[in-house]
Structure formats: structure tokens, C-alpha cells
Design a protein around this ligand. Structure first.
Ligand code: PMP
Ligand code: GLN
Length: 381
């Protein structure tokens, strides 16, 4: 086993989903939607699967999807990108991240990674030869620790990996925080790899702002999106990268040798989806916001302390008095077995797997399922 993978285990998401199945539990662990899938986009995929094309699409992606990504960039974020040279389609955001790391980083390059961090970041960075430099954000507000960032920058620092809106804590980086990061890019000659898969899943009128749009970040940002999140079809694994041509070109080279291409019928359906009118995107936000409120309200009534969540699929909840061992992983194992509700321990988002007093619950579900989970938790408590 390659040394990087020697230190890994089965992903926490897979582990908790398996445990959920074993215990017949309601699975609020792994982040996937249930009951809110974009049916019109799924129907478009059905038509494309019937009508084709079925052979290799262009490695950069179907022109229709690259044009749709460029149009969505303009419509939602006021970003002007040339579809032919500044947009790449990938097999999920995960592949997009790998392409960025493999295409842009040299062995020994240091990359600032904000923790808690999505699990593939550290592993893929290290496999690419880069050195992830963790910068911890602290609950409950997860503010940007500016001095710690300044202290962490060295002559080897090459990139900042930014996930906003952020998994698992639902944080949306503020304009002020983005301004600070944008200033660093220019001053220290860095690039930013921006994982924005939750770009459309923001609540309470809070706005997501791509770092890409900050004047000082011009020419230094890559922006990653995922149809899995935008259309609630996480199994599809269709992602896209937008970046200035000079940054996108090396990423496309890596993509060419990793997957080469992405299933064309899914690409065609996603192109259709990105063209849906405003009501689709607003409806998705409203549904998720309502679900968040229902789950958070119910948990608070049960005595749980729930952290603020401005975006994504996820609530972070304090285990508090319910955690006997000070071990969030053990707590999640006990919770799924005893209550029949699966969650994810937030420690799995830290490289050192430091135990936290937080678990993550996914609210991208049918309301009755969330209510049933609350009933189970009430009986368990
Ligand atoms: N980044 C983050 C922050 C995520 O939560 C996920 C979740 N799936 C991904 C990337 C991966 O997206 P995809 O399924 O499109 O590979
Ligand atoms: N991104 C999803 C989550 O945070 C999981 C994706 C996966 O299972 N690899 O739950």
C-alpha cells in the first residue's frame, strides 16, 4: 500500500452508512439528499440516455455543459469566463480537486487547509506530494484565525484550499474574510483552489461570494462546483472547474489522464439543469432552509445545543451531556445502535482525528424522515 493510503481507513461516510444499514437506522450521517432530487433534471438524463451520445465526449466536457457553466457563472456570480478555455467538466468535485492538486502542485508545495476539512483534501494533497498545512477554525463561530494564517505562510506556500460554504459546519466565509484571503494571494504569490460545491445551498438570505470575484484574487482562483449538490443527485459525480486559461490548462492535463471524460448523458442533463429558471434554485434553498429549521428546532427541544448553520446540508450539534466518553466517534456508534439515527463525528474532519464534542447531521431529507429521526432521538434520550 502506498504510504499515504496506509494511514487511511474506510471513509467515515461509508462506515456510518454501513452501520446505519446494519441497524436499520435513519441515515443522517453521509451527506446525500433523499426526496428532494431535481426530477426535471433526472428526466433530462433519461432522455439523453435513450438518445445518446454514448461515446467519449470531448475531454474538456460537452460544449453544451461548458457553455451552461459559463452562463451560470455569469447569472449567479457575475463571473465572466470563456466556456472554451476556462471551464472543465470533471467526474465530480472530487476529481476536480485531484486534477487541481496533480496539475498545479509540485512535491513539497505547502497548501493551507482550513479545518474542519472534507476528508479527501489531506489524502489527495499528500498523494500529490504536497504538504497540507492545517489551519484550525474554532467552534462555535469558526472565524478565520488571521494571525495563525500569517504565521503559517512560508516561502514554500503555494496555495490556499478554501471550502465555502463549508462542510461540515455550514459556515459562509464573510466578505471581510475573503478580502483578507484575496490580499494574501497577491502578496505571497499564491493560488486559491475554491471548493464551492454548496454555492447554491445558502439560507436566511445570506450570500455566498466566490473568492474568484474579489479584485485582488483576479487570475489566481480556481472555482469548483458539483451537480451532485446543485441538483440533489450526489451519485452522478459531475463536477466543473472554472479558472483563467493559464490555471485551467494544467488541471485539464491531469484530468485527461485521470478519467479523461465524464458520462455524456449526465453532462447533457446537468447542462439542462443549470439553465433552469430562478424558481428552481430558490425552491431548493427554501426547502433546505425549512428542513434545517425543523431539525434544529426539534433537536433544541430535546436539549441539544445546535450551532449556527448558514448553508450546506449539515447541522453541527454538541454531544454535551449525552457523550459519556469524550469520543465523538464512539458516541456516533452508540447513537446509531441505540437510537436508530446515524450521524457523523466531526473529528473525522481533522487530520489528527482530535476528538470533538460535535456530531454532524444531514437535513437534506424528506421532512417525515427528519421528524421520525427526532422521535427516535426523543425515545432514546
Ligand atoms: N467537496 C465537499 C466540501 C463536499 O462536501 C463534497 C461532498 N460530496 C465534495 C467535495 C465531493 O463532491 P462530488 O460528489 O461532486 O465529488
Ligand atoms: N460529501 C459527503 C459528506 O460530507 C460525503 C461524500 C462521500 O461519502 N464520499 O457527507
Amino acid at each position: 500500500v502506498n504510504t499515504v493510503f496506509r494511514s487511511t481507513r474506510t471513509s467515515v461516510f461509508e462506515t456510518m452508512s454501513r452501520l446505519a444499514a446494519e441497524h436499520g437506522a435513519i441515515n443522517l450521517g453521509q451527506g446525500f439528499p433523499e426526496g428532494i432530487e431535481a426530477t426535471e433534471v433526472i428526466e433530462a438524463a433519461g432522455r439523453a440516455l435513450r438518445d445518446g451520445p454514448h461515446q467519449y465526449p470531448p475531454t474538456l466536457g460537452l460544449p453544451a455543459l461548458r457553455q451552461a457553466v459559463a452562463a451560470a457563472n455569469r447569472r449567479f456570480w457575475n463571473i465572466e469566463a470563456d466556456w472554451a478555455t476556462e471551464v472543465l467538466v470533471t467526474s465530480g468535485a472530487t476529481e476536480a480537486l485531484a486534477d487541481c492538486f496533480f496539475g498545479l502542485l509540485e512535491p513539497g508545495d505547502e497548501v493551507l487547509v482550513f479545518q474542519p476539512a472534507y476528508d479527501c483534501y489531506g489524502v489527495l494533497l499528500r498523494r500529490a506530494g504536497a504538504v497540507p498545512v492545517p489551519i484550525r477554525l474554532e467552534p462555535p463561530h469558526w472565524e478565520l484565525p488571521r494571525q495563525r494564517i500569517l504565521d503559517a505562510i512560508t516561502p514554500r506556500t503555494r496555495a490556499i484550499l478554501l471550502n465555502t460554504p463549508m462542510n461540515p459546519n455550514g459556515k459562509i466565509f464573510s466578505l471581510d474574510e475573503l478580502g483578507f484571503l484575496a490580499g494574501l494571494l497577491d502578496r505571497h504569490d499564491l493560488i486559491a483552489i475554491c471548493d464551492e460545491v454548496y454555492e447554491h445551498l445558502t439560507f436566511d438570505g445570506r450570500a455566498h461570494v466566490p473568492l474568484y470575484t474579489m479584485p485582488e484574487a483576479q487570475g489566481r482562483c480556481l472555482r469548483i462546483g458539483s451537480a451532485g449538490k446543485t441538483f440533489s443527485v450526489t451519485g452522478w459525480k459531475v463536477g466543473y472547474v472554472t479558472a483563467p486559461a493559464a490555471l485551467l490548462e494544467p488541471v485539464a492535463r491531469a484530468h485527461q489522464y485521470l478519467t479523461f471524460a465524464t458520462p455524456p448523458h449526465l453532462q447533457a442533463a446537468v447542462a439542462f439543469g443549470l439553465g433552469l429558471d430562478e424558481s428552481y434554485f430558490q425552491g431548493l434553498q427554501a426547502t433546505l432552509q425549512h428542513n434545517r429549521d425543523q431539525l434544529a428546532g426539534g433537536l433544541r427541544e430535546l436539549g441539544f445545543s445546535v450551532l449556527d448553520c448558514g448553508a450546506t446540508y449539515f447541522l453541527c450539534v454538541e454531544t454535551g451531556e449525552f457523550d459519556r466518553d469524550g469520543d465523538d466517534f464512539a458516541f456516533c456508534r452508540r447513537l446509531v445502535a441505540e437510537s436508530g439515527v446515524a450521524a457523523v463525528p466531526v473529528s473525522s474532519f481533522y487530520a489528527e482525528r482530535d476528538m470533538t464534542s460535535l456530531i454532524r447531521l444531514c437535513f437534506a431529507k424528506r421532512l417525515p424522515l427528519l421528524h421520525q429521526a427526532l422521535e427516535r432521538l426523543a425515545d432514546w434520550r
